[in-house]
Design a protein around this ligand. Sequence first.
Ligand code: GCU
Length: 411
Amino acid sequence: MIIRGTILAVMALALAACASPPNLRKQPDASPPVLAAFRGDPAVVTAADWQRRAPLLRQALLDAVYGHPPDLGEATVEAREKLTLPDTDGMDMEQWTVKLGDGSNRRRFHMLVASPTGLTGAPLIIMEMFCSTRNAVKGRPDSIFEDVAALPEPCRSHNLDPVLTVVLGKRISGPDWKQLAQRGYAVAMFYPGEVVPDDASQAGPAIAALSPGVPADKRAGAIAVWADLFSKAYDVLSPDPRFDAGKIVAWGHSRHGKASLLAGALDPRFAAVIAHQSGRGGASLTRSIAGESLAQITASYGFWFTPGYAKGVPDDVDQHQLIALNAPRPVLLGTGRGDTWSDPAGAFKAAQGADPAYRLFGAPGFNAKGLNDYRPQDSVVWWSRPLGHGTTTADWRAFLEFLDLHVKTAR
Ligand code: GCU
């Protein structure tokens, strides 16, 4: 079963990589224009007007796509433990147990926290991971918490890890710790499925338990909860003087890229967002005509979204609004030109659609002229490379260049 699931996933990704390349000319533009009159709200002209518009867009996206995140309660650090781990020279490694809420509503998740030895006020990347955080360290040390039953099916057996690394890139399980230590970046990573598992049969009951009194058709999907977990992680990490609370970044790949973009849209404390290959329900327009369709994503992963999303979104809602809600904070959208399933062209059109919101603030906005046009100084940075779905060393080079330019040196 596990092996079959993994093989099917690998085949789907390989097939996607062979599909016809992304084509911008065939794609519809983002609609409606992000500054146009919206649901009775007059056209936006100034940055001050955006303060009126942003809550309406947030409400519209949560209603139509993600659902409203349930109240997870206050986040507190229950335990902190120093770990000695291989291949992490230059980093102080710790494991934090974070408690959410109290009483019968209590939940927990475990964070692997890496901070460059001797540094204070470091920029911090909060990362949500696909296959637990144990995979992020050489040798999968037992001292790192892992709840196998809450992992998505392909991650429950580790026999195929080497194959997945070949297909999905050297950095799919985690960053190069030593490089991050040298560049002065701290990292806190966790598997958000500890709170709502990334599994169709377990997610529904977990969300229902978190949402007493909310009718089933109005409940949030897993992505809304995962987005909120970025904020819960922020709550407990930001008081630590080893990190600069003004330089905390939300990072996610693919399904967690959908969550990182939403985290930035909902929580202005994030200094920047990296959403790598976030695709449908992330940076790519729902009305795009390429890549994974709405029917496909909701058939396989309906539990990521509010139930109504499967029926489509209202005419005045689309994902460029999600990117725009991050304005004027910088966002990196990572894509692979062979990763047609995640619809790079639909994300490019969404970035163009978000650009006017950045211009309101005098920010550089989005200036890429095509799918190969990398402009790291932009506010919405388009990063594109050949090949398919996954996280590579080249991707990290771009992530760190983006962070150096927009976060590390920023005031
Ligand atoms: C599947 C899914 C995508 C998702 C991806 C991932 O391919 O269809 O929407 O982004 O998994 O999270 O890797």
